[in-house]
Design a binder for this molecule. Sequence first.
Ligand code: HEM
Length: 240
Amino acid sequence: MAIRFSTTFLLRKLHQLTGIVPLGLFYFVHVYTNSEALNGPKVFNDHVQDIHNMAYLLFIEVFGIFLPLLFHSIYGVIISGEAKFNVMSYGYGRNWFYLLQRITGGYLFLFLLFHILNFRFGLIPGLNMTPVAGHADQAYSIVSGEFQSAAILSVYILGVLATAWHLAYGFFLFAVDWGIVIGQKAQRVTLAGSLMLALLLGVVGVNAVFAFRRPCGLLPQALCEAPRVNPPGGSGATKF
Ligand code: HEM
């Protein structure tokens, strides 16, 4: 007998799947690229340029990032609108996590709209109006110029922390909902792993934000490469 799935069931599964692939995958690459700022403007700009040189970039952006992101965010807002919060009557950890997943989702909806218009397209009036797309040689200075403002810096710190939670706890929810992790003990271990991943992504993300304020971010400079500002073959490694 053929198995029939309701549209709501399929949309929910697609929502969970897009959060992991491609969006989760994209974020790991993105946080790695941002962390390259620890090694100075030239290293960061070169990485952005490498991304801009990728074959099929527009296709990857549209079908691998923008469309899945649009679906995941809009359907996420719909699901959150239907949610019933019961932390006041049942203050268990998982109920708080459920609430936090929806709060971080709501923040990310607004943050990503701002962030993509700001850096990808340079379209936020009053802020930098040069898109990073097509201007990889200015990528570090565009981001670092904006991060001098305490307000923008705070918006980004909250953005990376919200992403760290939303993605890491999202892995746990995905593993349980797709029947990958079934037993109680296995779920406890997976939850602990997700919380550790949230912490790791949060620390690495915040450090990447500060890498646009000072070389090596929040780490001691001895742990980072001497920032290169000259082109290879020029006068060599230089501190800035
Ligand atoms: C340290 C913090 C961050 C910095 C410095 C940063 C930097 C950038 C830059 C420069 C771009 C434009 C890339 C280009 O046009 O080549 C970009 C795009 C983007 N960022 Fe971020 N970002 C940060 C945090 C985040 C967070 C927390 C998310 C959450 C998922 C995120 C998601 C995106 C998305 C979806 C795009 C559009 C990708 C594309 O068009 O290729 N970013 N980011």
